[in-house]
Design a protein around this ligand. Structure first.
Ligand code: ZN
Ligand code: ZN
Length: 322
């Protein structure tokens, strides 16, 4: 059994009342042979103790799990979604912000602990090689203890592939991946990815302003997963200092800088609609949401529609199966 059963997925969805609506999607996604996309975490930014986890997603295809980004919570959410950690074959990182990479080392550790012995391939921008080496160095004492104490198998090879340009990233079996350079200053390069499987194609914006490179990357794809901000609620979110501090987020003195960062590095929902329309995708999924409170699904959708997108819009939730 290498992919989560329908029962496991339904159980995971039923465990969270807010996800009751997800059950229908779970049933569809559990069809044999179908490529499944599961949103593990849909929160934009590195705050903890919030109703959603930081950004991570997984695609399940042919008995293998392909993880995209490792925000805080990725390991827990994979297990909740019924994914076996030892089925992870590769991990793709869009860029080096903590809400996308902070749990990379922990996920590698628990995949090994769960029994992963196959090579694990990591893809992402520099300095992914150094980051991975440092994580593995930090994990070594824990790995060595279990090797001696309970006879666990050694950690299999972890192969790092640094990606600095747009173009083909990898091809394995019937899965192909390519990248785009997106606009997320001051982090550079920051990447978007497109995954082509025989039955569907899924593109991810990563963190970016609305850019043509994402429209080109996602051209004709079945699904575009794009980050999104809802501007009318942003000011209120930033003014709510108590809420931000409760989430371990930026302190009040950083408010103006945080606002400037969001403006020059992320995507208002209207711009997301424009890019999705240009790409001509069938389905647009919003993730990496800012803010995560005070906005209804209808408000998100209305903002996206004003950008010109006429296809299906899904406002992402943690553990949603698409
Ligand atoms: Zn982010
Ligand atoms: Zn970022």
């Amino acid at each position: 059994m290498t992919t989560p059963s329908r029962r496991a997925l339904v159980k995971a969805a039923a465990a969270l009342p807010a996800l009751a609506a997800v059950s229908a999607a779970v049933a569809k996604a559990a069809e044999p042979g179908a490529t499944r996309l599961i949103l593990l975490g849909t929160l934009g930014g590195p705050s903890v103790g919030r109703p959603r986890y930081m950004t991570s997603s997984v695609m399940l295809h042919g008995g293998s799990a392909h993880v995209l980004d490792c925000g805080y919570g990725v390991t827990e959410q994979l297990v909740r979604a019924g994914v076996k950690l030892q089925d992870i074959r590769d991990i793709f990182i869009t860029h080096h912000h903590p809400d996308h990479n902070i749990e990379l080392g922990t996920l590698i550790y628990f995949a090994w602990y769960a029994g992963l012995t196959a090579p694990l391939n990591l893809y992402g921008p520099p300095p992914l090689r150094r980051i991975t080496a440092d994580y593995l160095k930090a994990l070594k004492p824990d790995v060595d203890i279990w090797l001696d104490d309970i006879g666990h198998s050694p950690l299999g090879p972890v192969k790092v592939h640094e990606v600095s340009a747009a173009g083909p990233v990898m091809a394995s079996g019937d899965m192909k991946v390519r990248s785009a350079i997106v606009n997320h200053p001051p982090v550079a390069p920051a990447l978007g990815y497109r995954f082509d499987f025989p039955d569907r194609s899924i593109a991810f914006s990563g963190d970016t302003t609305p850019v043509e490179s994402v429209a080109r990357l996602a051209k004709g794809a079945d699904v575009l997963v794009h980050e999104a901000m809802y501007m009318p609620a942003m000011k209120a979110e930033l003014e709510d200092v108590a809420n931000r501090q409760a989430g371990g987020s930026a302190i009040e003195a950083d408010r103006d800088k945080l606002w400037a960062h969001l403006m020059r590095s992320h995507s208002p929902a209207e711009g997301v609609g424009r890019i999705a329309a240009e790409a001509g995708v069938k389905t647009l999924v919003l993730y990496h949401l800012v803010p995560i409170t005070g906005v209804t699904d209808d408000q998100w959708k209305t903002a996206v529609r004003s950008g010109g997108f006429k296809g299906e819009i899904i406002v992402g939730q943690d553990l949603m199966v698409i």
